[in-house]
Write a protein that binds this ligand. Sequence first.
Ligand code: SAM
Length: 484
Amino acid sequence: MFKYDPKSLKAEEFINDGEIRATLAYAEEHKNDFPLIDAILEKARPVKKGNGYVCAGLSHREASVLLACEDKSRIERMFEIAEEIKLAFYGNRIVIFAPLYLSNYCVNGCVYCPYHLKNKHIARKKLTQEEVAEEVIALQDMGHKRLAIESGEDPVNNPIEYILECIKTIYSIKHKNGAIRRVNVNIAATTVENYRKLKDAGIGTYILFQETYHKESYEQLHPTGPKHNYCYHTEAMDRAMEGGIDDVGLGVLFGLELYKYEFAGLLMHAEHLEAVHGVGPHTISVPRIKHADDIDPSAFDNSISDEIFEKITACIRLAVPYTGMIVSTRETEEVRSKLLRCGVSQVSGGSRTSVGGYAGYSADERPHDTEQFDVSDQRSLDEVVRWLMESGHIPSFCTACYREGRTGDRFMSLCKSGQIQNCCHPNALMTLKEYLEDYASPETRAVGEKLIAAEIGNIPNEKVRGIVVERLEKIANGERDFRF
Ligand code: SAM
């Protein structure tokens, strides 16, 4: 017998190997049980309530049955419902961000990451505060407003004080009309005290990828360094929440372990956060292993096809309807286009995955010496913005929610209330307008202006619509940073 308890604070009880195995067996047994699958699909659909929609979500067992199902028409249905959910809660907006690598000094031995301690030929680099400022100016000049800072784990070279100093520098830079208004943080698992310091520094989401939920594999993939400790890593989000951070971002590095196992583990993690803290993950990322310096992705034998990857993404969308979903430039334009139809709500654009990769490099020059992984989608931010608009999306540079205190369950309530169309939608249009005025190429600007004009009509509340029209005019005349 195994002990599975979503409310437990012990990693091996809320991500329970026995429960995952039983789930996979149940899913396999029911993968052709079409009445059950149809009932699960029906349960996942958004239902109109008042001005908005509500969605029941799915348990890890229900979602695992869908993932196991191989019936073509039902898989098609999963994609359709994923899109319905995305439109019900996030509309056609896609939030944009970029990663900023601060340091690749690392004391861990992660076998899939080129920053591992034993890699002696990769150049080691840590940005000085002057260099952070230069990177931020370069990112602002591209048009970015939201960053995810990334760093290796090294208590001597990158202690928490260094990370905090960098955050302070990032928020302090105001170059031309630029500003970084939200800094998300992707650093190694740490203490409650350090999470509190990050919270006090004004971070947005704390992101930590689990890499794999399979304990034995986890320990083999992280043979040395503090990250070897599976429980400490898996319990990090509980410490982050105890430290006051209520927006946390989960993720699995697909390719390391069997995807069905990871999928069940990921959803159990989300259920655990909901059960203990009353709020699920703010975001879920879906990275896949990529080639990098001394890393050959074919050395990992659990790689997944694009088709399976799309199915996983859609099934996550069905299971946790209110959670944002992120896809990075690890994926090609083609894969990203498909994932946008599977419920993804955030993408990175114009990304560099090296330390100091932005400042001083032209659009088609990229330094590789400190890079964490190869970037597949190498388009500029301007190209990504235009591509999104031409494929029916509104690129959003909005950061209003967390600046207005709409984090954790308050954000989730907004999501459920139907007010998103009177709040996030106008904010997306106003921040897109800023981008068009300050950074877009003439072609992108032309596409964007047309889109904004058409989308104003989709603001349901007349009063809000009037205010937005006024504010768009003000932005054209040089004013910035309006928000609802
Ligand atoms: N060092 C921190 C940690 O331990 O969580 C920060 C994160 S690291 C800079 C960002 C993420 O990149 C990792 O969590 C991992 O999932 C991912 N990553 C590492 N090597 C990769 C590779 N070869 N291809 C794709 N993603 C990779």
